[in-house]
Design a protein around this ligand. Structure first.
Ligand code: NAD
Length: 479
């Protein structure tokens, strides 16, 4: 599932994935004021490292092909995931690196975009062999100065996770003894290895914050015939994986009604609302979401997306809403939790119907945002909240005691606990993510208003180009 909508559309029209990204860029750049040379520089991949290295697998030597592309050095370090897949190729890594530049700019994460890939099917290797491949890749990056807290900071992507990130951090630390910031060379690590609390749910939570902010804009809600606010909105989520499950959980806790859920085995729909945790328990017990008590089964999973709802969150695969089903989608708001769930044709159909499409480049940026917080934690060598939690609690206690003594009234025990609570790491991470998603939403909306656009995707690109363009202008061009 590595091919995105842009990649597929590009192939169908005989241009590469990277050229497809360039086309979107060119469309948006007509709304910006930068000279051609600056735009060309923003678009170009700054450094491309294609490597081949030998790894002994069993009694044979295998030559492994891998890449790391740094798309933009306008801010350092560069940042972007590493994927393990047989589909990895230079054009794809270049395109994904470029998208990371724009995504980081949109959510004000001060990094250039990058991406890495190893052309392997991880299922064909034992954990021991994968560790050898990962460590060799990391050492190749070290040799060419392509990794480091101030240079380039990878993260997980398809086929990689916290385990691979730990191996990379350890390889880097072994080759760079004394580098006090070694742990900041990679994010997505386990919390016990310098990871940050809140990273697992970050993308789903970011999806919730972004859609909630959209629902709080009364004018936009009026335009699509909805009332402001998230409470009572009917939501369908496709995919109960990392992004979909957490997004659904936060919508549920935020007062929305989860009316539909879709997984690969089928979908369920209940206009009265589904209890998410009970559905998850049912799936664990029976192996399927189908047959959930009180809900209607939808055998063809994709048809779940066409059911009546206010908000649709495709959070599983790319291209699921396309020219064949876009006109049957009833949702007024489509929030792209997955990467590329809408094809360009679906975009056109839904925009013409007046729907609001909140684009992936902004909406699923919660992961990279919290990766940025992890990097900050690694550079400061202290857990968020460690220095000020007790201080805040003591200060809150004094304020409360003063208020109680002045008024002669006491708060309840529950109120006392809430009022005294000083921030833990996870509270601060959530708060930083919320602030980021709200701020970036309004920057994109402002660009829409300024250019009279209904297309939030183009507006998001405009915002990104403006930020990277200003950085180049202000830095000047080195002679
Ligand atoms: P995941 O593997 O945890 O979850 C995907 C879920 O989709 C699984 O539960 C799977 O069973 C389900 N699924 C598979 N085929 C389906 C089908 N035909 N119909 C319905 N459901 C189906 O993956 P994830 O990390 O949640 O990523 C989902 C999407 O979000 C991907 O496009 C990914 O690129 C994007 N994304 C993820 C993150 C992140 O932090 N995890 C960040 C940005 C973007």
């Amino acid at each position: 599932m590595v091919e995105t909508a842009t990649a597929k559309a590009a192939k169908a029209q005989h241009y590469s994935f990277f050229q497809g990204v360039e086309r979107n860029f060119d469309k948006a750049s007509t709304y910006t004021r930068f000279e051609k040379g600056i735009l060309e520089q923003i678009k170009a991949c700054n450094s491309i490292y294609q490597m081949k290295f030998p790894v002994r697998i069993g009694d044979k030597v295998e030559v492994i092909e891998a890449f790391r592309v740094q798309h933009s050095h306008h801010k350092l370090p560069c940042k972007g995931g590493i994927r393990y897949s047989m589909d990895v190729n230079q054009d794809e890594v270049m395109a994904l690196a470029a998208l990371m530049t724009y995504k980081c700019a949109i959510v004000n994460v001060p990094f250039g975009g990058a991406k890495g890939g190893i052309k392997i099917n991880p299922k064909n290797y034992t954990p021991f062999e994968l560790e050898k491949i990962t460590r060799r890749y990391a050492s190749e990056l070290v040799k060419k100065n392509f990794i480091g807290a101030g240079i380039d900071v990878p993260a997980p992507d398809y086929g990689t996770g916290a385990r691979e990130m730990s191996w990379i951090a350890d390889t880097y630390a072994s080759l760079k003894p004394g580098d006090v910031n070694a742990l900041g060379c990679v994010t997505g690590k386990p919390v016990s290895q310098g990871g940050v609390r809140g990273r697992t749910e970050a993308t789903g939570l970011g999806v919730f914050y972004g859609v909630r902010e959209q629902c709080n804009v009364a004018d936009d809600m009026k335009r699509v015939g909805l009332t402001p606010g998230i409470a009572g909105k009917r939501v369908i989520v496709q995919g109960l994986g990392n992004v979909g499950y957490h997004a659904a959980k936060f919508f549920y806790e935020g007062g929305a009604i989860i009316v539909g859920l879709a997984e690969y085995e089928g979908g369920i729909y209940d206009p009265k609302g589904l209890d998410l945790e009970k559905v998850v328990a049912h799936r664990k017990a029976t192996g399927s979401i189908l047959g959930f008590p009180g809900a209607t089964d939808i055998k063809n999973s994709l048809e779940t997306l066409e059911q009546d709802c206010d908000i649709l969150i495709p959070a599983a695969l790319e291209n699921v809403i396309n020219s064949s089903n876009a006109d049957r989608i009833k949702a007024k708001i489509i929030g792209e939790g997955a990467n590329g769930p809408l094809t360009p044709e679906a975009d056109e159909v839904l925009l013409a119907k007046g729907a609001i499409i909140i684009p992936d480049m902004y909406l699923n940026a919660g992961g990279v945002t919290v990766s940025y917080f992890e990097w900050l934690k690694n550079l400061s060598h202290v857990r968020f909240g460690r220095m000020d939690k007790r201080f805040s609690e003591n200060q809150n206690n004094s304020i409360l005691a003063t208020v109680e003594s002045l008024t002669g009234k006491s708060v309840t025990d529950i109120e006392r606990r809430q009022l005294l609570h000083g921030p833990d790491e996870v509270d601060l991470v959530y708060s930083g993510l919320e602030d980021t998603m709200i701020g970036s939403f309004h920057e994109i909306r402002e660009a829409m208003m300024q250019h009279n656009l209904t297309d939030m995707r183009t507006a998001a690109f405009i915002v990104a180009i403006n930020k990277v363009g200003v950085a180049y202008e202000e830095l000047g061009i080195f002679p």
